[in-house]
Write a protein that binds this ligand. Sequence first.
Ligand SMILES: Cc1cc2nc3c(=O)[nH]c(=O)nc-3n(C[C@H](O)[C@H](O)[C@H](O)COP(=O)(O)OP(=O)(O)OC[C@H]3O[C@@H](n4cnc5c(N)ncnc54)[C@H](O)[C@@H]3O)c2cc1C
Length: 500
Amino acid sequence: MPSRAVVIGAGLAGMLAAAALSTAVDEVIVLERDDLPTGPEHRRGLPQGRHAHLLMAGGLTAMDDLLPGMDIRLRLLAKGAHEISFSSGMLARTPEGWLRRWRPEGPRMISCSRALVDWAVRDAVLGLGGEEVGRARVEVRRARAVELLGDAGRVRGVRVSTAARGREVDAEPGIEGDALHDHDHDHDHDSDADLDADLVVDASGRGSRILKWLTALGNSEVREKTVDAGLVNATRIYRTPAGAEGFPLTVVHADPYSGRPGRSGMMMPIEGDRWMVSLAGSRGGEPSADPDEFLRHALELPDPVVGRLISGAEPLTDIHVGRGTANVRHYVEKARDWPDGLVVLGDALATFNPTYGQGMSVAALGVQAFARELARGGPTAPGLSRRVQRAAARSVDAAWAVAVGQDVWYPGTRGGQPGTADRLVAAYSRRLTRTATGSYQAAAAVWDLSSLTTGPTRVLRPRTLLATLNGPLLPPLTEPPLTESERKILRSLDRTGRAG
Ligand SMILES: Cc1cc2nc3c(=O)[nH]c(=O)nc-3n(C[C@H](O)[C@H](O)[C@H](O)COP(=O)(O)OP(=O)(O)OC[C@H]3O[C@@H](n4cnc5c(N)ncnc54)[C@H](O)[C@@H]3O)c2cc1C
């Protein structure tokens, strides 16, 4: 009997999982409830795609490993994405002060729209298969998974509704207005069909119904944890002003430790000669969709640079406001019983406050762990699912520690309070960041951690520890580290009348 895998969701985790499966089974079917665009365009099933998405080096390397010969980096750059060096290509103001710019070396990140990342990966995965290369072709089917088939010991397939699209609804808390709505009673049962599978991957993202589906199979022991700082994002796209094409990615980070709501702002260059400007605020400090308020939020950050940049820039879109940014984790790897034939990856497994730019990379790293297990024992090896979940939990653990370790400090955060361990970690991480403002050693550790190229123990290496202990070697910068020509560009764009 030919073997078949079914993947729920054609987002990033789903398409990457399909690529991993294409070497291990005869047939890979990806179920997607949304209409997929043929090009790099925004789609309704991915509301977060309207907001800033930085692809970190750790995620990109995992993608390249999963898609051999496809060179995602080159595909993105060919379509106008920007490659940004952590060490030299950005202006970053941390709560401890401005990071310096050093030689262009070390990790890089990709700055482009989320739609472009998804399209590049989807296009590569769909072009990967064929008998001649010994891989199954990946088929994307427009259908919505509504239930798992099987029992508590083994998942044997998926019930799908081909009345694929959920009801479209107006905004509700946590979901942007253009999201697709997936209530169980919203579909027409006449159009349901059962799809058998040897292996099912839930990659249905933040809105996954995995706990509900598992309960229906008789497994209700997966623990869920939510830590929610109430972060709201507001994003607008601008035309890159003439002459400002080389202006660095600029970010003013929020301060989790001030006792006040965290506010931040970022300008990132994206394909098509555009700037994507995303402002964010935790509960009590939310940005607004009103253009004047939007500008004021940017100007009132601890440094007004983002506001000054956009004060004279031409907006190309309205301001989109998005919620649904909580850290949510399904402790699948800790469940006493876990069915064979079911793997949960990407946001369906864990989501993080997006400020830290980790979700896509953690999804890719989780799929990489899945691919390793598939290569080791094949798709039906006993205990495969459990081993995958344990391996995927390692990158989730690291990202969770970064995001939740900071989010618990914001006033009004729900679901978490700083404990003794958080205080120790916060004290060390603040000292490391302060040191990074004036020490290459410490700055390099911060870039490695942020780019997900190394695990959290990177910050405890002897040279980093020593540097952190000694503190910054150079005095703090009082202004963003701009070159003379960048300073001129900023002055020419600034309509706020501020000097500098
Ligand atoms: C505002 C914001 C900004 C972010 N910024 C960054 C960033 O800078 N860097 C970063 O790395 N990450 C970022 N993230 C996180 C990133 O968006 C996610 O981690 C990433 O999308 C996870 O991919 P996924 O494939 O698991 O889920 P998704 O990309 O959400 O894909 C899930 C797919 O499943 C489909 N689907 C859902 N239910 C069903 C069903 N029942 N049947 C069939 N199909 C279904 C959906 O339509 C969708 O296509 C950000 C998130 C937010 C909210």
